[in-house]
Write a protein that binds this ligand. Structure first.
Ligand code: GAR
Length: 203
């Protein structure tokens, strides 16, 4: 069974989608450990309810490299094959990413490369885009920038508010994150430059 580690900072609805997929045999692996840099994150409670080891690893007052070393050690201790960022609000150091090449993945609430960074759904709405969406991508050092694994488009409605749009984007996130993780764990993919190519399943 492949093992997934999830890094969180807050609410944890994407974590919940990954846990549900694992429980239903749709993830291609299990959620082995959940780590939060925020001790009070509701996501940790979701992990504990599901019987998954849940660790708080406060970053405050600790240099980034040192904090990342602690998180990396915990992930390795749990033997993870893939690390999923699910609303993790910290940038990762180059040493962390070098230790897990092409093994860290993120979900972002926009059609990247549009609207990287914070509050992407509101900025897309304010910009007046007609199509918004969600992206799963491999993580590189630059913010929200790695090869795109999967995207789902969400049409913007005339009567949308930033909140109603964000809610529909979140539903898309919950659909594509488990599917993208399964694809990554299956290993039937390759990179051509920064293009992520999914290989067809054998007949
Ligand atoms: C999600 O919308 C996720 O896409 C976003 O944070 C939210 C976390 O919600 N991530 C980013 O903006 C990354 N740049 P959750 O804790 O309920 O999964």
């Amino acid at each position: 069974m492949k093992r997934v580690g999830v890094l969180v900072s807050g609410r944890g609805s994407n974590l919940q989608a990954l846990i549900a997929a694992a429980q239903e045999g749709r993830l291609g692996g299990e959620v082995a450990v959940v780590i939060s840099n925020v001790a009070e994150a509701p996501a940790l409670g979701r992990a504990r309810t599901a019987g998954i080891p849940a660790l708080a690893c406060d970053h405050r007052g600790t240099p980034r490299e040192e904090h990342d070393r602690t998180v990396l050690a915990a992930l390795q201790e749990h033997g993870v094959d893939l690390v999923c960022l699910a609303g993790y609000t910290r940038l990762l150091s180059s040493a962390f990413l070098a230790a897990l090449p092409h093994r860290v993945v993120n979900i972002h609430p926009s059609l990247l490369p549009a609207f990287p960074g914070l509050d992407a759904q509101r900025r897309a709405w304010e910009h007046g885009v007609k199509v918004a969406g969600a992206t799963v991508h491999l993580v590189e050092e630059a913010l929200d920038a790695g090869p795109i694994v999967m995207q789902e488009a969400v049409a913007v409605r005339a009567d949308d508010t930033p909140e109603t749009l964000a809610a529909r984007i979140l539903e898309a996130e919950h659909r594509i994150y488990p599917r993208a993780v399964r694809l990554l764990l299956d290993g039937r993919w390759r990179l051509e430059g920064r293009r992520f190519i999914a290989e067809p399943e054998p007949a």
